[in-house]
Design a protein around this ligand. Sequence first.
Ligand code: SAH
Length: 219
Amino acid sequence: MVRPNINNYEKARERMILEQLVPRGIIDQKVLEVMGKVPRHLFVEDALQAQSYSDFPLPIGEGQTISQPYIVALMTQMLNLRGDESVLEIGTGSGYQAAVLSRLCERVFSVERIKPLFVKARKIFDQLLYFNILCKIDDGTMGWPANAPYDAIMVTAAGPDIPQALVDQLADPGRMVIPIGDRTSQRLTLVTKEDGEIKVRDGEAVRFVSLIGAQGWEP
Ligand code: SAH
């Protein structure tokens, strides 16, 4: 059996792009390029590393999951980043999504409610020298007012409604992507703010872990 090594992971990333992302409509070249570089296997535990580029989500402990690569690509593409944005992410989890975002914008602020996940993610950001990611432990449904407004916001856990605090902290113009629905199935929702006007558009059917907090679900 061939043991996975760094080179194999590079090949695994190439295959992930060609087999999972491009055929499903990920066309943003910068998103593809970044996902071809960020070492996704480092964001899961050792025993799962060999599966980390496969077409499904994986457990990351504490009952949470790292999203399937396609969903990470799709949500990132929906934000339409140019490189100079300040981005807020709710639900740091493994840290993988924040890592991808951090290569595509100026600064990422990421909020996680579960301390062990926050601690692990922060360690990997340091290891990879991703110094433009700032994280904190808190209820992300209240956003991160101190650094608002954000040009883009991504929520990687699913809520019943769009938290008002996040709409308030979105810049004008600004884009937010958030899965909205019930606790088992949701729609990837795009919220845009332009000239003071808020528009909400429903997208792909998805299944995310619950957004828990003051403007989310009960624990
Ligand atoms: N973006 C992550 C996905 C992790 S799963 C990744 O790339 O791995 C979603 C995460 O949202 C979980 O870690 C969960 O603890 C967190 N979460 C749920 N409700 C939250 C809230 N109100 N504030 C901050 N984080 C929350």
